[in-house]
Design a protein around this ligand. Structure first.
Ligand SMILES: Nc1nc2c(c(=O)[nH]1)N[C@H]1C(S)=C(S)[C@@H](COP(=O)(O)O)O[C@H]1N2
Ligand SMILES: [Mo]
Length: 224
């Protein structure tokens, strides 16, 4: 069963706000920087020593397509938070939000209760293979209960904040299309200021052109 307003797609297309831009180059020694209320640099190779798990889940883009049955493997974000981030916090302020930033500048924000959900992973493998450039090499966030824009690919920076996240976008269009702060797929929380149902039709029309542009910027067009 799919969340309201979603349609299954064949395979797993590369899709994103990057449109035709090729995937960013993977650094020789990738690091996840931690910023906001703590400053740390965690080599990605450290993940190999942490508890890991597999999550089989669908990925739901806010535009209305869903890729079915993806098998992700990596470190649960909750474990990463508890073992790496929390010990470095001074404990004075409760963390309310987490921002996930990619090598290409993509930035998503999740409430701490959503980021610490059971199914949220820092994934390094998809369907038994290391992530390719299309789907977020060398590591990406996967938060299957939230719309795809939360699942930042090419993860390079995580920020933890006690205060509310600041939004730079101030134009009328930006405010109208402001992302929902929870973005839960089963609640159809597509946008902060518009009911989810209201944007279904217009988004559906945007799927083919975005998919076409994203595939043109892709490293491989082989799909899964
Ligand atoms: N770094 C980065 N992560 C990103 C995006 C992006 O443009 N850049 N797009 C997001 C959106 S809108 C969606 S739906 C999913 C799509 O994941 P896929 O390209 O692996 O299909 O990635 C998300 N993560
Ligand atoms: Mo998306």
């Amino acid at each position: 069963m799919l969340p309201p307003g979603q349609q299954a797609v064949e395979g797993f297309p590369r899709f994103g706000t990057h449109l035709h831009h090729p995937p960013p180059a993977v650094p020789a020694h990738p690091v996840i920087e931690i910023g906001g209320d703590v400053t740390l640099a965690v080599p990605l190779s450290d993940l190999a020593r942490m508890p890991r798990r597999e999550v089989v889940a669908d990925l739901h883009c806010v535009a209305g397509w869903s890729a079915i049955g993806l098998r992700w493997e990596g470190v649960p974000f909750r474990i990463f938070y508890e073992q790496v981030i929390a010990p470095a916090l001074d404990g004075a302020d409760a963390i309310g939000h987490v921002a996930f930033v990619g090598l290409d500048g993509h930035r998503s924000v999740a409430a701490i209760e959503d980021a610490l959900g059971d199914d949220v992973l820092i994934a390094e493998n998809l369907d038994g293979r290391p992530l390719d450039g299309d789907h977020g090499a060398p590591a990406r966030l996967v938060s299957p209960s939230q719309y795809g824009f939360v699942s930042t690919k090419h993860l390079s920076r995580i920020e933890v904040h006690s205060g509310p996240p600041t939004s730079a976008s101030r134009s009328v269009a930006d405010r109208l299309l402001e992302e929902h702060p929870r973005a839960r797929v089963w609640h159809e929380e597509r946008h902060a200021r518009l009911p989810g149902r209201a944007v279904r039709t217009i988004y559906r029309l945007l799927i083919p052109p975005i998919r076409y542009l994203s595939a043109r910027g892709a490293e491989s067009t082989s799909g899964r």
